[in-house]
Ligand binder design. Structure first.
Ligand SMILES: Nc1ncnc2c1ncn2[C@@H]1O[C@H](COP(=O)(O)OP(=O)(O)OP(=O)(O)O)[C@@H](O)[C@H]1O
Length: 639
């Protein structure tokens, strides 16, 4: 175990990491039910932060855990927390035993999912709920009835529950035994300080408190003083040294180009296939996000857009679809800039938007970068440089997670040189530094390759006007709001359409006499086709990478003609394709029930209208009658 370095328990686990490689979850004292649950998630070996933190938390210590992005901090606190609750389950409580406070709704959902899935595997009677500020108070009251054992929420929401009397402060004092502040350094910068100050006076002294973060900051110091009592400061790395907060498995590159040429360069990187999919592209403004989406669409590159304007359930669904591999490119607007955009909007167009409306527009709790566990992102592209070096760390931390490899490419314009220098300084960027820990010039993109696409890129970029961007942004917002409402009301009226194929199939798997088998095959065929239509309709309705351009992409832009490619670029692209094949990256996933020929343009929900069904049903019945007649004739001959 890492040695305690000084009075307040500074630990530097780095020195002993090597000897601890063989320590498993069992040696850490983790409950066998949790070990079994982890093995079902193919997790068998603790990460360094888990090796260090779990025993300390089980001992009841206050812990500040600082470790690089993607290093497993969530399980580092979830596992011991659940284990402690196992031993307390059943005892009387008047309020939740554990609060897990995170800065964003997306993280709420993510941590809630992780906790729920562990509990499901362990089959223990513990209840976890998530609360977000957009929930009506009545729903919060319902969620807290019982009360649940674990609440995952944002500080703002907890203080709302307290001010509305949904959470009694006396009960918190009575029952709260563990308080976790995840992404701790972000909690204050998200303006939760007052919310935390509302809660903290009611946190009983005996309550164990944990702070988790990948980057250190004065905010973490502030929080430590606010909530912790003589904590063990667990630092697996001194935050600020590149080899610790950026996983060693991530290669970082940069390209110098003018702001004007950024679309050209990202097109070259994607179209010439010089970076590994899936790709997460960061920009600093929502408009730029839609500009990029419209621009890439013209070259046959579909992408999803993620930003603070979209409704919460759309954002969560976009993350789920991207993580499921249903599309390869996600354009994300960093929340930092969004806030700036919000402030600038507030200042300049006060008359048109009320502060409240604008705040609703840009969901303050939205965060696309911090802590979100993107799955299989192989390349992070900074099309705009982040506003801070911490922002850079968290953006790059979306790749190379859980021992995976990854890469980042930052397009640096002259105006961004200053922030780029600051970032390089953070990595102590000098000759001595070996390449795995600094930011190298991107080696695969030649000037020729870029220039070969310039004409096309500039021609298309001209067509992506401010009006087109504004319309696409409004259209996307309308689509997302409409679709999530439509889907919700449709399934409320037609719950059967949510029928579960697996259960249905199970009821008809027994042996049946010949004719009934025919009937089942026909019925199954009918049901199947409806399911396929429903699934593709739902999938189509919820596709987040659908086209937004009013102008249909011209086919000649989809492919890059051979004559435009110089040998170096061809060679580089071929090598990447081979490595992708070796890593089995390109296994394209289909949306559930995807059926060829299901046109994008139709309104998927119209598929369920009566006339559509009867027409389809009539034709299918005729075809099936033929099938039955033929089968019966065969059967008679056979008997
Ligand atoms: N012991 C482990 N072995 C392998 N994978 C793990 C292990 N623990 C967690 N993971 C996986 O690693 C990924 C990153 O975990 P997690 O999100 O907790 O990292 P993090 O340190 O919180 O990252 P961030 O700083 O971005 O919040 C998740 O997909 C998680 O399932």
């Amino acid at each position: 175990m890492g040695a305690v370095a000084n009075g307040n328990g500074e630990r530097d686990g780095r020195k002993e990491e090597e000897e601890e490689e063989e320590i498993g979850f069992e040696e850490l004292g983790v409950d066998p039910r949790l070990i079994r649950a982890l093995s079902k998630k193919s997790i068998t070996k603790p990460t360094p932060i888990q090796r260090e933190a779990i025993p300390l938390i089980l001992e009841g210590k206050d812990v500040v855990a600082r470790a690089k992005t993607g290093s497993g901090k969530t399980f580092a606190y979830l596992l011991p927390m659940l284990q402690k609750l196992f031993s307390e389950s059943g005892s009387r409580k008047t309020a939740p035993r554990t609060f897990i406070l995170v800065p964003t709704r997306e993280l709420c959902q993510q941590v809630y999912n992780e906790a729920s899935s562990l509990l499901e595997f362990c089959r223990v009677q513990l209840k976890v709920v998530q609360l977000t500020a957009s929930m009506p108070v009545a729903d919060m009251r319902t969620a807290l009835a019982g009360p649940p054992d674990i609440v995952v929420s944002t500080p703002a929401c907890i203080s709302t529950c307290m001010s509305k009397g949904v959470l009694q402060t006396s009960n918190i004092k009575d029952s709260l035994s563990l308080l976790v502040l995840d992404e701790a350094d972000l909690l204050l910068s998200y303006g939760y300080e007052n919310d935390l100050k509302t809660l903290i006076p009611h946190v009983p002294r005996r309550c164990q408190c944990l702070l988790m973060s990948a980057t250190s900051s004065s905010d973490v110091e502030k929080l430590k003083k606010l909530v912790l009592h003589n904590p063990v400061i667990l630092t697996l790395s001194e935050a600020g040294h590149s080899d610790d907060i950026i996983p060693k498995t991530v290669q970082q590159f940069w390209i110098s180009c003018s702001a004007h040429d950024k679309l050209l360069y990202i097109l070259a990187l994607l179209k010439l296939e010089l970076i590994q999919k899936k790709v997460l592209i960061f920009l600093n403004s929502i408009d730029m996000g839609y500009r990029l989406k419209l621009f890439l669409e013209q070259f046959g590159i579909n992408s999803g857009v993620l930003n603070a304007e979209l409704p919460q359930n759309s954002r969560l669904h976009i993350l789920e679809e991207f993580n499921a591999g249903l599309f390869d490119y996600l354009i994300a607007t960093d929340d930092g800039q969004t806030k700036k955009e919000q402030t600038s909007k507030e200042n300049h167009i006060q008359s048109r938007y009320s502060k409240k409306k604008l705040r609703q527009k840009l969901d303050a709790e939205f965060g696309v970068v911090r802590g979100i566990d993107f799955k299989n992102v192989f390349t992070v592209v900074n099309l705009d440089m982040p506003q801070s070096s911490a922002g850079y760390v968290h953006r790059i931390g979306r790749t190379g997670r859980a021992y995976n490899t990854g890469a980042s490419v930052s397009l640096v314009s002259p105006e961004e040189e200053e922030i780029f220098e600051e970032i390089k300084l953070m990595f102590g960027d000098d000759e001595k530094q070996d390449s795995s820990k600094s930011i190298e010039p991107f080696p695969l993109l030649t000037k020729n390759a870029v220039e070969s696409l310039r004409y096309r890129a500039e021609d298309v970029a001209k067509g992506v006007t401010k009006v087109a961007i504004r319309e696409a942004r409004a259209q996307d917002l309308r689509n997302e709001i409409l679709n999530s409402e439509k889907l919700k009301s449709h399934f409320e009226v037609n719950p059967r359409d949510l029928g579960n194929k697996e259960n249905f199939g199970g009821r008809y798997s027994c042996h049946l006499e010949f004719n009934f088998i025919c009937f089942c095959m026909i019925f199954w065929e009918q049901f199947n086709s409806q399911c396929i239509i429903l699934a593709s309709a739902t999938a189509d309705l919820l596709k987040h990478d659908k086209l937004l351009s009013k102008k249909a992409p011209s086919s000649h832009l989809r492919e890059v003609p051979e004559y435009l490619l110089d040998p170096t670029t061809k060679e580089a692209s071929k090598i990447l394709k081979l490595s992708r094949a070796a890593m089995k990256i390109d296994t394209k996933k289909r949306r559930p029930g995807f059926k060829k020929g299901f046109g994008r343009s139709r309104d998927p929900l119209k598929t369920f209208s009566a006339e559509e069904k009867s027409h389809k049903g009539e034709k299918r019945r005729k075809d099936n009658d033929e099938v039955i007649k033929h089968k019966k004739k065969k059967a008679k001959q056979g008997m």
